[in-house]
Design a binder for this molecule. Structure first.
Ligand code: AMP
Ligand code: ZN
Length: 671
């Protein structure tokens, strides 16, 4: 059953589209990330070798690449509406009374969460995405087609070949927002104030690869014109959007009374902070379309809906001190130390002030009274200073000019807002670098944390990561409170790390912009650190999803003489520099055990449950059916198998034991 290249490509495109739909639209992944990545790399390789089979809706087309000079304008023939805000139950009751007065009867409402992102509009022709646009002022927006294709929850093809224009919210999940800001802060860049700004900034990137890297998601909730759908109310419309392949928000509820509406709103006062995305309220819409039509619009907003806005969760406190710390890349970051105060369920005593410009812009001073809130519902931020509460003797805060650790002069690099210590021997940098090296996603050396590293430094045992491999038991025992047992454990953990696969070492080196994912892709492609160190920018750019920033950073890093010394020392210490993981090419072979086969499970399985076995086999390209026929390729028989086994034997169909199945499954799992 050998597939042609065209079939293989088509098959991979179809599978990856399905897996991505399950992951990004349904939030119910059916395969693990590593497996997805492997199939993806396989598809990239095949499509690169046979570009004639690449299609515009292939999952590989979501990585972006087009760089624009500016955005074209888009005219929304049917404008995107805004919403009237309300802030209390009384205002909601008044809204309901207006609705009832106009219509002359009571109505059902549908409550939807008010997602804090930006409005977008997606146009499909014949079921294919042809245009993405921002809301702009409601009538004129910007063409963001290339960028919208990189948002994985936006279907490139619908389940029906129809012409529609769908509208909804594009947002950045809280976790992605927090990660993005953390990364930007480490890199010395300006941070986004909240997920909404981050989403807006990300969708409006001229380079669509940047948008692709930002983990945006969407909830769609309306159509420009419902004509083609034949639905009569908003609840049905949302279900229909689900069926077409869009991601809609599942928290919606139809309420027949205002008390129910209020109960829905109240339930989110608490649940709000647990949602993976930020909301700023609840939208209450008249459910029935004929009622909506009768109510109509004011100049800018529908009369059939209002947005209830949650009160802001803020608190007031005092800035006691501003601390400056040096990060791994030399960026010096200020943190406000504040009188502890409760905000949105937790006690807050510290907040990052990000950079010197931020302090100046907000004019934050020592002993100021400030209002704080949580960005992305998690990260405490200073909203603003209460100037009226300021002492008349108060002076603007003086930004330090020297490194708080080594004392060398701080600098501003081009395009950065951050202050940096650029002394390569700054102990803060070295220590942070080692902490990163031993961390879990890097070399995973357990038992050695920042405090221990501090001790290594103070004793003069360690200056760079290669020194870790020279530590001796005698040295460790001279450290206060370190006993023989923990010292031996540390040495064992260090020893064990020598066997790590290349990607862990590569990530551990802390090369700018090289994250876990990039490290994996690079390790897989270049196989050894030495080969990667000799690669050119062009060669590195052939790795899918690796862009010029990472490529330049790597080449610059490996051009450094000291890096080569470090590599030599690590090699001499016996640290493995080779990629030990599974290669994408190997997947095809391992996969073939179940690929394209119709499999029947029978009898009692011991190790796996039926469902687990089914799931794994399906992940590996097999189909599970319930009964044995001539079409069955393989029967897996557990204990006490009955008639199905007999039938398989009669039809001469291969029969495997559970052990044989496990062997085939796990050859795949040992990736
Ligand atoms: P505002 O920006 O406060 O005028 O609120 C209107 C905006 O709320 C719309 O432009 C949408 O971007 C946004 N919004 C978020 N979630 C929803 C929703 N479920 N239904 C309608 N609008 C929503
Ligand atoms: Zn320093």
């Amino acid at each position: 059953m050998k597939q042609t290249v065209a079939e293989q490509i088509h098959d991979l495109q179809k599978k990856l589209t399905e897996y991505a739909y399950a992951y990004y639209v349904k939030d119910q992944p059916v395969v693990d990330d590593a497996y997805y990545d492997q199939l993806y790399q396989q598809l990239v390789a095949l499509e690169t070798a046979h570009p004639e089979y690449q299609t515009s809706d292939s999952p590989t087309q979501r990585v972006g690449g087009v760089v624009r000079k500016g955005f074209e304008k888009v005219v929304h023939e049917i404008p995107l509406y805004s919403l009237n805000d309300v802030f209390s139950k009384a205002e909601i009751i008044a809204f309901d009374q207006r609705v009832q007065k106009t219509l002359g009867h009571a109505v059902s409402y549908i409550c939807e969460l008010k997602i804090d992102g930006l409005s977008i509009s997606l146009k499909y022709e014949n079921g294919r995405l042809v245009r993405g646009a921002t809301r702009g002022d409601g009538t004129i927006g910007e063409n963001i087609t290339d960028n919208s294709k990189t948002v994985k929850s936006i279907p490139l093809t619908l389940t029906e070949p129809i012409d529609i224009e769908v509208r909804g919210e594009c947002y950045m999940p809280k976790a992605s927002f927090i990660q993005l800001n953390q990364k930007r802060e480490e890199e010395g860049l300006d941070i986004f104030a909240n997920p909404r700004n981050a989403a807006a900034g990300s969708i409006r990137q001229l380079d669509s690869k940047v948008t692709a890297s930002r983990n945006l998601s969407t909830f769609l909730y309306t159509l420009a014109d419902f004509g083609p759908l034949h639905v009569t109310n908003q609840a049905e419309a949302l279900t229909h959007l689900d069926d077409l392949g869009f991601r809609t928000n599942q928290e919606r509820a139809v309420c027949s009374t205002i008390d129910d509406v209020w109960a829905y709103i109240e339930s989110f006062h608490d649940k709000r902070s647990q949602l993976p995305y930020e909301i700023d309220g609840v939208v209450i819409k008249v459910n029935d379309f004929s009622d909506q039509n009768q109510l109509g619009f004011t100049v800018k907003a529908p009369r059939w809906a209002v947005a209830y806005k949650f009160p802001p969760e803020e608190a007031q406190t005092t800035i006691e001190e501003i601390e400056w710390t040096v990060g791994r890349t030399g960026v010096v970051t200020p943190t406000a130390v504040m009188t502890p105060v409760r905000v949105a369920g937790t006690t807050v005593a510290r907040a990052s002030l990000h950079n010197a410009d931020y302090i100046k812009m907000k004019d934050i001073r020592l002993h100021d009274q400030v209002v704080i809130y949580k960005a992305g519902d998690i990260i405490p931020e200073v909203a603003h200073v209460i100037e009226e509460a300021r002492d008349s003797a108060s002076q603007p805060y003086t930004i330090p000019t020297n490194c708080p650790v080594c004392g060398s002069e701080l600098v501003h690099l081009d395009e950065e807002v951050a202050l940096r210590c650029i002394n390569p021997k700054c102990p803060a940098l070295l220590k942070e670098g080692i902490s990163h090296f031993v961390s879990r996603d890097a070399m995973n050396i357990e038992g050695i944390g920042p405090r221990m590293i501090e001790q290594f430094f103070n004793h003069g045992f360690v200056e760079d990561v290669a020194d870790l491999y020279r530590l001796t038991l005698d040295q460790l025992l001279t450290i206060d409170k370190v006993k023989e047992k923990s010292a031996t454990n540390m040495l064992q953990a260090i020893e064990a790390s020598k066997q790590n696969s290349l990607e862990k070492l590569l990530f551990g080196l802390g090369i700018r912009h090289v994250g876990v994912k990039a490290a994996k892709l690079l390790a897989e492609r270049f196989e050894t650190l030495t080969q990667l160190s000799q690669a050119t920018v062009e060669e590195i750019l052939t790795v899918a999803t690796i862009g010029p920033t990472i490529a330049d950073s790597l080449v610059t890093y490996f051009a450094n003489e000291e890096v080569h010394e470090l590599m030599t020392e690590l090699k001499a210490a016996g640290v493995n520099e080779t990629y030990l993981g599974l290669k994408s090419q190997d997947v095809a072979e391992i996969e073939s055990a179940f690929q394209g086969k119709t499999v029947v499970l029978t009898g009692k399985l011991q190790t796996y449950t039926r469902d687990q076995a089914k799931k794994r086999i399906e992940e590996l390209g097999g189909t599970i059916t319930g009964s044995v026929s001539k079409k069955t390729d393989l029967v897996i028989a557990g204990a006490d198998a009955g008639s199905k086994l007999t039938k398989a034997q009669a039809l001469d169909i291969p029969v495997w034991t559970e052990e044989e199945m496990i062997a085939a499954l796990e050859s795949k799992q040992n990736e």
